[in-house]
Write a new protein. Structure first.
Length: 322
């Protein structure tokens, strides 16, 4: 059984809990034993216990976030020792990118991160999908422990593999040109729009809260009118400086759009900009159409960029107001 160690900031504890839940299959199959500081019994010396588990760990997950990088304990103590053990072949360090941060300018950038494309977990519309990707990478790391490319404690793979496990057959020669374009259903598209809209809603709520925390003279509000609409407004010194209505739907027949206009009246028959679903390049994404705010963009964008562009349309006027 491999011992897995979580190196994380306590401000990311909820994210760590979510990750541990998604590793349940590995725990049930006896492949891993997970440890983090919340498992230290009362009366134990914290530093000594953490150091001991860190020294015994076979896999060390570094949950990268601004608070992780800012933490002297996580960054300078735990991560430094983790990289020493990784370099010695005693353990495997896996960067788990949980929030947007400057991790590419840290030693973590020297290792392949997860989830795929190093996209922060919190930026995924469906966070379960992101955690599933992380869990698959952890499983793959365990299975690759004895492949000769990067090894840690020699007995991990042998002990962890169930008796029924059959080693993979060596790859046979074949063409690299075997990809088949995925076909998306209406259900896939509808879910994608819904998940993105829910992500935009959460993105706005968190962003408004952050602006209020940083600027005492600013007060914001978010009103969820129904499952398909919300409005936001921001006031500076009591004067309304920005407003927006964001809603699902638009001018297309399918209604698979996320649209907005720069008033908070809740209307859905007008728009300053829209994002409509496309799968032209074999993946679900959005194309944008910005009426009088700058025309259309050919570049495909994901849910995070949709949220960022709508937020910018809302927030830029307020950021310039005095």
């Amino acid at each position: 059984m491999a011992k897995l160690f979580f190196s994380y900031s306590h401000k990311d504890e909820d994210l760590r809990n979510e990750l541990e839940t998604h590793l349940a299959t590995l725990k049930r199959k006896g492949l891993i034993e997970a440890f983090h500081d919340r498992r230290i019994p009362a009366g134990a010396h914290l530093d000594d216990a953490i150091d001991a588990y860190l020294e015994e760990a076979d896999v060390i997950l570094c949950l990268a976030s601004p608070d992780f990088i800012d933490s002297e304990y996580c960054y300078s103590r735990e991560m430094t020792r983790a990289f020493e053990r990784d370099a010695a072949g005693e353990a495997k360090v896996i960067p788990v990118i949980v929030r947007h941060c400057d991790w590419p300018n840290t030693p973590l950038a020297n290792l392949r991160g997860t989830p795929r494309d190093n996209r922060p977990v919190k930026s995924w519309p469906d966070r379960d999908e992101a955690w599933l990707d992380v869990a698959r990478d952890v499983r793959a790391a365990l299975l690759a422990a004895d492949d000769g490319v990067r090894s840690f404690k020699d007995n991990v793979a042998a002990v962890a593999m169930p008796a029924s496990y059959v080693a993979p057959v060596m790859a046979r020669p074949r063409s690299a040109n075997v990809a088949v374009e995925r076909r998306f259903t209406d259900l896939d598209r509808d879910r994608f729009v819904r998940q993105t809209f829910e992500f935009v809603t959460e993105f706005f709520a968190n962003s408004v809260a952050e602006v209020q925390a940083r600027a005492p003279d600013v007060e914001g509000s978010i009103v969820n009118l129904d499952a398909n609409r919300f409005t936001a407004a921001a006031y500076r010194d009591g004067r309304k400086a920005a407003a927006i209505t964001v809603y699902m739907g638009g001018m297309s027949r399918t209604g698979r759009e996320i649209s907005f206009h720069l008033t908070d009246d809740g209307a859905t028959n007008t728009s300053n900009g829209s994002f409509y679903v496309t799968d032209d390049e074999g993946e679900l994404a959005f194309k944008s159409l910005f009426g009088n705010l700058g025309g259309s963009q050919e570049k495909l964008v994901g849910p995070e960029e949709v949220a960022e562009q709508i937020w910018s349309a809302f927030f830029d006027p307020m950021s310039r107001s005095r």
